[in-house]
Design a protein around this ligand. Sequence first.
Ligand code: ZN
Length: 265
Amino acid sequence: MRLRAMIIGGCLFLFSGCAAPWASRLTLPDRYTLVHDPLEIHSDFHLIAHHRLVDDLISLRTDLSRRLEIPDSQEPIHVYLFENPERFQGFMKLYHPEFPERRAFFVETDVKLSVYAQWGDRVSEDLRHELTHAYLHAIVPNLPLWLDEGLAEFHEVPRRELGLNHAHLCRLKELQEREHWQPDLDRLEKLDPDREMSQDDYAEAWGWTYFLLLGQPEHATLLRGYLHDLQRHATAAPFSIRLRSLTPEPEKALAEFLRELKSTP
Ligand SMILES: [Zn+2]
């Protein structure tokens, strides 16, 4: 059996040659199952079929496919909704005691995509983040870590924000003003996927993604082409190489873009 686990912020990716040995022993919410293709939402409490949250998560898939020009994923995604933080944390401590506390995570095996989350004030944001990973992983193989997290941070904010993550923008502006921070895409591309990203890494990943999608239209086209190549060939040269062919100094361009962005949290 090959088993590799990566914890990335709120996300856990498991790659396994066969089913994990503990899979049959998990105690998961299973009293109700709401099927809304491709989502199968399992819970121990009743969730109405057109709960605003469910409709929002379905719309997220459409938003992703339109924005990135990728097909809608048809692969089932299992969402396990724990009714409260205590039950969720109990599950985590029992089966993943080595992992830090978190509110949600995404698990990928060779045969199944799953999202685990606790019900609470931030369940919508958590599910939008983790389901962005799930929808993307169903379609695009070998997505680089920075872009995977950047897209998840972009889409975790409510739809009306159009990807503007105020917390990340404020942090990046603070870094620029106080520490003369400069973005560095090469550094992000080299991050070890087995190590947890820092909050500043998340903020920078979001910054690049927002810049690429909502800055110059040529950058968005370049990004879509990159995703298309990954989807078709499962591999592609680092995105920074393509970006530099269009914008020789992308770090400078992002820094300027961020300075001009207004944040109204
Ligand atoms: Zn994530």
